[in-house]
Design a protein around this ligand. Structure first.
Ligand SMILES: [Zn+2]
Length: 436
């Protein structure tokens, strides 16, 4: 989703380079460097051992689940009886529902006896790239869940946003061309959702990121979290440090402030709610029932109206119903709107960044209003919702008890981020990979 959002918004080229790093070498297998370009679909020769079985002692049938194929279709051709099917069903309980959990395109292997009968002895079903189910059909039937060894490789990447010349690529496309995955772009955007306006990325902005990739049998199967990220935007440096506080992972700036900020509860400091959010209310001016997709806060004309969070002004205007209004986008999915203003705050204009608590206008009764109030509208993914019923993920600052541990993590991550080199600016859209 953010990919789309960024795609539509930014027209710059990005220079990116990636550095494969070995991290601290503590984790098993960390020393193996896996260049991004070579890990795709390479066909491995059949290994002697797989899933904990010596494959040489079986006749192997490898396949993928077909559309409309059911569980019995896989085993009945290999001399498993209906009676045995029933036992498998019972023994799978709580591990795998053979009537519901089979998914088309998932891989499976049937390990059959090498004799002339060739009866199925083991079925291995790959639930996903990491997890698999072992149906051991020998003797008393057993079913168990297993997972493959996952190798975590830590990677570093850096990029600079250059002014587009003939090539007008979007941030998203540039990153993708430079082998930055959509999910990584997505995660970077998530970390900074409340701090950086990704619709306002500028030439010269740069980023560095330390992130994890998961490999199974040298094949990339997933990307873990970002451990640390740096964004230099509009002359300001933003660090994002991953740290666990109260058994939950969150991102903090270098001072230990949480990067996920709460919204102000109301756009006015002192006010009373004169009309709540309602799907059906009697309109005081139009004298008929219609939905009221906002919350009215009554206050004297001229009371300052505050932006409930950092954001960008995306609309400032006048409407017959709305009167003078301002709309602010806070992150990729949330925007707020403030109606019936008597006047706008000085200097407020479209495209401008505003801070949480900043005055954006003053209470009034322009448009369809019986008295001075601000009609506050909260947009979530394009829909108006009752903000008082929404639960938002916020992150508290680092607590005193965790300060020392956080500082240690921050120093380590920050130093590593600072050591990552930004690619030279005269190289356009090329990706650099090197060992450090
Ligand atoms: Zn209203």
């Amino acid at each position: 989703m953010i990919g789309r959002a960024i795609r539509g918004a930014v027209f710059f080229m990005v220079l990116v380079w990636g550095v494969v790093s070995c991290g601290n070498g503590n984790e098993p297998g960390m020393a193996t460097e896996v260049p991004l370009d070579t890990v795709s679909e390479t066909k491995e020769p059949l290994p002697e051992y797989a899933y904990g079985f010596c494959l040489d002692s079986f006749k192997i049938v490898k396949d993928t689940v077909q559309k409309n194929q059911v569980f019995s279709d896989i085993l009945l051709p290999h001399r498993i009886s209906w009676g045995e099917m029933e036992t498998i069903d019972t023994r799978s309980e709580g591990i795998f529902n053979i009537n519901r959990d089979l998914r088309p395109d998932q891989k499976y292997q049937v390990l059959c006896g090498k004799d002339s009968i060739g009866k199925a002895e083991v079925l291995i079903y790959e639930k996903n790239a990491i997890e698999y189910i072992v149906f051991d059909l020998r003797d008393s039937i057993t079913v168990r869940r297993e997972s493959k060894d996952v190798e975590v490789v830590e990677k570093e990447m850096a990029g600079i946003i250059a002014q587009g010349s003939s090539l007008s690529a979007t941030l998203y496309d540039s990153l993708k061309n430079a082998s930055v995955s959509e999910s990584l772009v997505d995660e970077i955007a998530d970390v900074y959702a409340y701090t950086i306006d990704f619709f306002n990325i500028k030439a010269g902005d740069r980023f560095k990121v330390i992130y994890e990739e998961q490999y199974v049998d040298e094949k990339l199967v997933g990307r873990g979290a970002i451990r640390g990220v740096y964004f230099h935007h509009n002359g300001v440096e933003y660090y994002g440090i991953k740290f666990m506080q109260d058994s939950a992972w969150a991102y903090f700036d270098e001072n230990g402030k949480g990067l996920k900020k709460a919204f102000l509860k109301a756009p006015l400091k002192f006010s009373r709610i004169s009309s709540g959010f309602s799907k059906r209310r009697f309109h005081p001016v139009q004298k008929r029932y219609k939905p009221h997709l906002g919350t009215d806060y009554a206050a004297p004309t001229g009371t300052p109206i505050l932006s409930v969070a950092d954001g960008t002004v995306v609309a400032k205007g006048y409407g017959k119903g709305n009167g003078n209004y301002v709309k602010i986008k806070h992150n990729r999915s949330i925007a707020t709107q403030y109606l019936h203003m008597s006047k706008f705050a000085r200097g407020i204009k479209k495209g401008m960044r505003v801070k949480q608590g900043e005055v954006i206008g003053y209470v009034g009764s322009t448009g369809l209003a019986t008295g001075p109030h601000v009609c506050f509208r909260f947009w979530k993914s394009g829909r108006q919702v009752d903000h008082r019923k929404e639960k938002f993920e916020t992150s508290d600052p680092i607590k005193e008890a965790n300060r020392e541990a956080f500082n240690a993590t921050r120093e380590k991550i920050k130093k590593r981020l600072d050591d990552i080199l930004i690619p030279p600016t005269d190289l356009v859209s090329e990706r650099w990979t090197s060992s450090r």
